[in-house]
Design a protein around this ligand. Sequence first.
Ligand SMILES: [Cu+2]
Length: 236
Amino acid sequence: MILISTTNPHPKNVKIMNATHSKLLTTSAFTLAFILSTLSFAQAQNQHKTDSGSRAYTAKIKELNPKLTKETVSGEAILIVSDNTLSISLAVKGVSPDLMHLMHIHGFIDGGASTFPPLSADTNGDGIIDLIETHKYTGKTLIPFNADPAALVIKSDTYPLANKDGLVTYQITIPLDKLKEAIKKEYGIDKLELENRTIFIHGIPEGQKLPDSVQSLPGVPAYITVPIACGIIKKL
Ligand SMILES: [Cu+2]
């Protein structure tokens, strides 16, 4: 890196870089830093090619079911398709601290566009938009943000753990071919289209009160799957 080279004739630049680093977790700086680092990596790998076909997507994560979390949940995810890989990076704050949070891309099998679940999505009127009530707006669970997304194992204990301040982060790069093959086999989806699908963050602590009417997947307690935030994926 030129900026931190000892022969750098402009030592002030080092200070600028440090200032940038301290702001990494503010979402706009986070976005930019991640995109630049991923794209420059991809470019370096693609120098011999005329068209890398890189595409970048972003999702603003906003809270769903605000009564379930003490803090306002907000964050951002960046997805980059480049050089036959998918890189996912996410930072969300305000979630339940010290808790593993299930998070996924949800979507419709037919590729239909998701819409952010409105308050009226709570069809059983228990004050909570549960996972089942989101299906009409955002489709079903497709790709897990765990240690091996392309394996498509939704029931997993390798989802990210929020820190003591309620910040949860996730970063992974996976082979695109493997993911495309898996979603074709598992869901019959021919084309991996990320735009207008939805990223969901789930989960509250086991002891936290939930109405009995809150629905979940068969055999999975509602406190694990109840959505606390989501964001629609848009092409940059
Ligand atoms: Cu999910």
